[in-house]
Design a protein around this ligand. Structure first.
Ligand code: PEP
Length: 254
């Protein structure tokens, strides 16, 4: 059996945070115990305006910094957009692509997400590719079909585990306080692992980190993070407070 990937606990701050929020980042960084540092990677993805300041504040700590989205192109006439190269230049090491809020509000397709994942690689960033079904798709019994299609359309075929993380985020669980059962999470994560084998081949299949995201909190983290093939969490709301984010990550030290 191959070794398990190193867990990753990632925070997605979405459109939250002003410059004084760097104190929350400092609180997270200073709260990482030696044991946690040993056992898991921590990542905070603030809004783009804060990436540079957060990267400076996190330097030398156990916390890495990422962006929440990038444009597929490196530069050009795309008013308001930010390239993967710009995020890397500001100190990011990761970028979330294909978050359901981007897919929904910005009409991003799997092809768009695929192009952004390639852009991340070009800039030397790790792409966190998000997939997940809506409530209607779950009720119609289409979870596995939807997630497989998103993976096949969004994950570049020649990705390595060093440049790719997949996040399973059921859309209906994001920000709602609802979570799937551990059995449902296990089923979808096993499917993602199997699909990754088909897309990337057996060498990368077991090394890619597959995160669960959707209403993860300190109270449910242990249960969710112990599910087979769950290699960490993508955390929205609960990543905005240092104690909550660290409380989730401490599932790896309990
Ligand atoms: C997210 O938006 O990626 C997310 C998982 O949000 P929350 O934890 O708030 O459900």
């Amino acid at each position: 059996m191959s070794e398990r990937p190193r867990p990753l606990v990632a925070g997605n701050w979405k459109m939250n945070g002003l410059r004084p929020s760097v104190d929350v980042l400092r609180g997270i960084a200073s709260g990482v115990s030696a044991e946690l540092r040993d056992r898991a990677d921590l990542l905070v993805c603030p809004p783009a305006t804060l990436v540079h300041e957060f990267a400076d504040a996190a330097r030398g700590s156990a916390v890495k910094i990422g962006g929440q989205d990038c444009h597929a192109k490196g530069a050009g006439a795309y008013t308001g957009d930010i390239s993967a190269e710009m995020l890397a230049d500001a100190g990011a090491q990761f970028v979330i692509v294909g978050h359901s809020e981007r897919r929904q509000y910005h009409h991003e397709s799997d092809a768009d997400v695929h192009a952004k994942a390639l852009a991340a690689r070009r800039a030397g960033l790790v792409a966190i590719v998000c997939v997940g079904e809506t409530r209607e798709e779950r009720e119609a019994g289409k979870v596995l079909e939807v997630v497989s299609a998103q993976l096949r359309g969004s994950v570049p075929k020649d990705s390595t585990a060093a440049e790719l993380v997949v996040a399973y985020e059921p859309v209906w669980a994001i920000g709602t306080g609802l979570t799937p059962t551990v059995g449902d999470v296990a089923e979808v994560h096993a499917l993602i692992r199997a699909e990754l084998g088909k897309i990337l081949g057996p060498a990368e299949q077991n090394q890619v980190r597959i995160l669960y995201g959707g209403s993860v909190k300190p109270a449910n983290a242990v249960e969710l993070l112990r599910v087979p093939d769950v290699d960490g969490a993508l955390v929205g709301g609960a990543s905005l407070a240092a104690a909550d984010f660290l409380g989730i990550a401490s599932a790896y030290t309990s």
